[in-house]
Write a protein that binds this ligand. Sequence first.
Ligand code: HEM
Length: 439
Amino acid sequence: MYASLRRRFSRRSLAVTTCFGLLAFACAAEEAEGDGSSDDIEIDKLLEVAKNQVDRSKPDPTNVWAKRRLEVGEEEILPGDDAEFADMAKRIQKMQRTVQAQQGASKVVRGFHAKGNACAQGRLDLDPSGLEASTRVGLFAKAGAYPVWARFSNGVGFRQSDKKVDVRGLAFKVLNVDGARMRTVAGDDAARTQDFLMTNGAITPAPDARHFMAFGEAMTGEDDSGTVLGRLNNLIGAGKFLLQPENQRILDFLAHRTAPNTKKVGSMLGDRFFTGGAFAMGLGAGDAEKSRAKAAAKLQAVPGILQGNACTPVEQLPNKADPDYLRTDLAKRLATGTVCIDVYLQFQKNGDSEPMEDTSVEWKTPFVKVGRITFPKVDINAGSGAKAEAFCTDISFTPWHTLADHRPLGNIMRARRPVYRASAELRGAKPEPTGSETF
Ligand code: HEM
């Protein structure tokens, strides 16, 4: 069955001449819609295969990490993790160089989330009173107001039209946060920042870092010619990759979540963003690198426009006439209204049904609201607003800019420590902001 699907999909990929997005399968599915050709039927069959094979009530059986039953806050760290993650850091830089050559770009850009849609300064008002007293720790220990930098982005590691199927990202960095920190980059020990990085899905396309990196590499491919033929080879390569049984979750995610969302959501303020991976809410005694988390949580951010006391999500379809419609929309809304982001936490209540090591399984415990970010009116296209945005684009966000109390947990989160650092170093990211910058 796979062999036959592969043949059919390759035919479809060869026929695609205008869809060079890296999320090749979903892109092909989008193009196929509506013309009623026999290719549509093949794609529909493929969607059925994707739909029927994934049971997300359990961890991915091809995920070698989550074999043991884990308690709340517990991780499954294997002896080979560090070596594998260090290798991923080298591989991300290779991907960045490949993309730079393919796009003929003068600068290396982020290994993922290369296209920023807006980056601006705001203010986080925290109110953790809805949390149980025992879980009010770290940043969430008490109410307070903090400056933040927030960057809205698209998912792939290069620039493409917003019309191409892709995930969306939102990262925010809280400043003036005091407490014992995880060390991420030599020289940033004095930093007082706490970052949260999210995409617009409660789960990740890949269950773990190994699958995630393999997918990233399949998408960028080895061909650095930047030619149409090179891109087509990559699409075909990506198609085969997605048809392999171990990548069914990624296929399912792209087909049934990413593609419909891209078609439907025309504003970054109409999406919801999730950390996908977990972080600690307090650590047990001992070495902060290894000690067991007392509790674990994920964060959700729901942006919108402030109307009275409500942060109301924006409902609008994509403006297909504008390849940068997400930026156009954000720039207009940041300049004319009060953009806001409501922030929620979700605690892990069951180590089995809410797995730590497999982020392709959704946690079901309800979220609790803990704060709101608001942005003062700003024109990101001119003057000091544009300068601030340029600064915000050049800094780096990583879950490992963090208090020890919020140490990232789980395979995907652990892998991101050396990988984000490698990506940021290669593109020459600025050091952590202090809050005293002026524009
Ligand atoms: C829970 C899963 C993940 C989420 C929610 C997520 C989210 C994000 C977001 C929002 C950004 C953009 C940050 C910015 O605006 O600067 C980003 C960047 C990036 N992500 Fe992820 N990501 C995830 C997993 C991964 C994994 C598993 C890898 C690779 C192992 C990875 C590699 C990268 C890289 C290299 C960058 C660019 C870093 C830089 O140059 O500053 N991500 N991610």
